[in-house]
Design a protein around this ligand. Structure first.
Ligand SMILES: *Cc1c(COP(=O)(O)O)cnc(C)c1O
Length: 412
């Protein structure tokens, strides 16, 4: 086989479709987020405003976090030096897991190298080892959960997105004593809608299912201490396993689950993605804990984020720029075509110094291509004015449709 020709042809097809991915070469600047230096070629660099970061609250540059990391690197050095079982569990890992358990009101927590690994290895391990297990998984679950379910080889039932009646019908059709996992997210990252968590808890209790909740896009941002939507809604004690990331609002890297002592001990003892890999560097654990502890005590960042989000949504609605309606911090602006979406974001970058990444298939269904805007506490009024005026100008330039109605659903 001519491997090179095969790879080149596949890439050419992506380019034809307008969904070839170009990574923006960014240099983040401490104390200046969400401004960053964008390099578009040798000796070509410009300051841009980042409007699509998952460093939702700017914790990636927070003074207390930086200080904790400086101190940790001087005290403990760089890498962990092993897997968690063989010399890699440092005291910083122990402290981080205690902080995460406290954050979610659980007995224990377990840290992984990423949120992706946390989902993939936890779900695949549960599905593989719980006898006769069936996994009921929301249709819009993240790829990391889908892959976990697939690798478990357990029976899989796809649930209509955020649809309690569908979930109940499918649960009721299963034998009461059969092992079942109800797997869903709180904030869905591309549409920004939020699951009916309490309803799922009621169903799980009625039909004997284990609840598995991905709070990746909610931890740090919702609830009195940043424990997520389940904390905000007062139902976190009813969720069996809460999964989260250290890489988004906490501004670090890594993932975790929190749950009962026995659950965590079981995953710790049997999940390959936890066991067979080097532990995170202690400096990462120290920084993550500083970030978590800051956001547990401070509402300032959450309140400012909510304020910025509300402003951007209101201003875009006034201009009839089509935003997918949702109750979260995510502002999805619908374009509906991969090539145009790419041209729109290229123009925002080249003419207006605004960086937003086009979101295309397979991240979202074809025909629902969009710009995903994530306003944060550090976006100023001037930045918002500029964003809104720039989008207005680009909408005009491309003759893109305006919509008086908020877009309620984009399911393809
Ligand atoms: C980003 C993401 C993950 C993976 O988390 P990482 O820490 O980035 O690996 C898991 N679930 C959802 C819903 C995500 O958006």
């Amino acid at each position: 086989m001519d491997y090179e020709a095969y790879f080149s042809k596949s890439i050419a097809a992506l380019k034809d479709e307008g969904r070839y991915r170009v990574f923006a070469d960014l240099e983040r600047q401490v104390d200046n987020f969400p401004t960053a230096l964008h390099r578009s070629g040798p000796n070509q660099a410009r300051e841009v405003t980042v409007w699509c970061s998952n460093d939702y609250l700017g914790m990636g540059q927070h003074k207390a976090v930086r200080a904790a990391m400086h101190e940790a690197i001087e005290r403990f050095g760089t890498g962990a030096g092993g897997t968690r079982n063989i010399a890699g569990t440092t005291h910083e890992h122990v402290l981080l897991e205690e902080a995460l358990a406290t954050l979610h009101g659980k007995e224990a927590a377990l840290v992984f190298t990423s949120g992706y690994v946390a989902n993939e290895t936890t779900l695949s391990t549960l599905g593989r080892l719980l006898p006769g297990c069936v996994i009921l998984s929301d249709a819009l679950n993240h790829n990391s959960m889908i892959e976990g379910v697939r690798h478990s080889r357990a029976e899989k039932i796809i649930l209509k997105h955020n649809d309690l009646a569908d979930a109940e019908a499918k649960l009721a059709a299963l034998p009461k004593d059969r092992a079942k996992i109800l797997a869903f997210e709180s904030v869905y990252s591309m549409d920004g809608d939020i699951a009916p968590i309490e309803g799922y808890c009621e169903l799980a209790e009625k039909y004997g299912a284990l609840t598995y909740l991905d709070e990746v896009h909610a931890v740090g941002m919702y609830g009195g201490q940043g424990g997520g939507v389940a904390q905000r809604d007062g139902v976190q004690h009813r969720i069996d396993i809460i999964q989260g990331t250290l890489g988004k609002a906490f501004g670090m890297v890594g993932g975790y689950i929190a749950g009962s002592k026995a659950t965590i001990d079981f995953i710790r003892s049997s999940a390959p993605g936890f066991i067979f890999t080097t532990a995170l560097p202690p400096v990462i654990a120290a920084g993550a804990r500083a970030s978590i502890e800051h956001l547990m005590a401070s509402n300032k960042e959450r309140a400012a984020q909510q304020d910025r989000v509300a402003q951007v949504k209101r201003r875009l609605a006034e201009l009839e720029i089509p935003v997918i309606a949702n109750p979260s911090h995510i502002v999805p602006v619908l374009v509906g075509d991969a090539a145009i979406c790419k041209q729109v974001t290229d123009k925002l970058l080249s003419d207006f110094n605004i960086y937003v990444q086009p979101i295309n298939y397979p991240t979202v269904p074809r025909g629902t291509e969009r710009i995903r805007i994530t306003p944060g506490p550090l976006h100023t009024d001037e930045m918002i004015d500029h964003l809104v005026a720039s989008l207005d100008a680009v909408w005009e330039a491309f003759g893109l449709p305006r919509s008086r109605e908020a877009i309620v659903t984009v399911a393809a």
